[in-house]
Design a protein around this ligand. Sequence first.
Ligand code: A3P
Length: 324
Amino acid sequence: EYWSDPKTHEKYKEIISTTPQRKGIWVADLHQHEGFWWSAYSLKGVLWARDHFMPQPNNVILSSAPKSGTTWLKALSFAVMTRSHFDEPASPLLTRLAHDCVPFLESEVRSNPQNLDLDVPLLATHIPYTSLPKSIIDSGCKIVYICRDPKDVFVSLWHFVSKMNPKAMDASALEDLHLEDAFEFFCQGYSSFGPYWDHVLGYWRASLESPEKVLFLKYEDLKNDTISWVKKLAQFMGYPFSSEEEQKGMVQKIVNLCSFENLSSLEVNKSGITQVGTNFLSLKNSSFFRKGEVGDWKNHLKLEMAMRLDQITEQKLKGSGLTF
Ligand code: A3P
């Protein structure tokens, strides 16, 4: 099959070997490609997706940089789309990690394109907007992007990486992962799919240009007024709530099902393990649920670190109309 064809792998390996490399947060050998830093694994994923992926017009692509609220967005979108046939307590979200309900294009789908036989037309990706396969840009399919205050993204990322089993990754990436070192990497953009700000800006601009194609969400807004944003999300994806559903409290039900409190207390999310790609990486499901709060950076970042991140954010987003 073409995805396991050794020639294709050789071709990607060769391209990847010519890219600039350096150490960064999470991954010891980050590769620079089209202005972003990637693990070799993800870069292979995007090259594969460019060559082979064809979306269906009804696909909705959920996009984010890591630690911006991907798990929550997957759960909410999945619950919205499946509400007519999976009312609680039958929802797969009660027995499966949200990541096992919505596959990532550059990992799960690439390692086994049969994962594209989707019952629910949802796909996820961490690929920056400007590196998305042209087939996605040219298609009618919609994109939902979620982002988050960079200070909370960094703190979330640092915890996530620190908890990882070193054997599962290149162990040298995790040696000496002091908060300060990781922070320096993050500020410089040396993180998977970084620089974070450029990731956000790509989707922000696309959402301004084509609001009917790209819905731009912020974790903080979603947290603040989950009901309104879930209604907007449903409307945008083409699954609007009827007034009857609203009267019956369907929106609230979905919000409750997908809440941090509910999902993080489920057995599957407390003790389950998930496999990313084929033998690439195994992760504890619980690592996707830490605190789920806005502003936890206050408990981890020194004031000068917070100020530095804010300064970078201000400078990077200047003139874009976007603020955090
Ligand atoms: P914290 O580490 O700040 O707690 P991602 O899903 O993109 O990997 O992001 C993970 C972050 O989202 C973690 O943030 C995690 O706790 C939070 N999260 C996971 N599920 C959530 C939910 N249902 N509601 C709100 N936040 C959630």
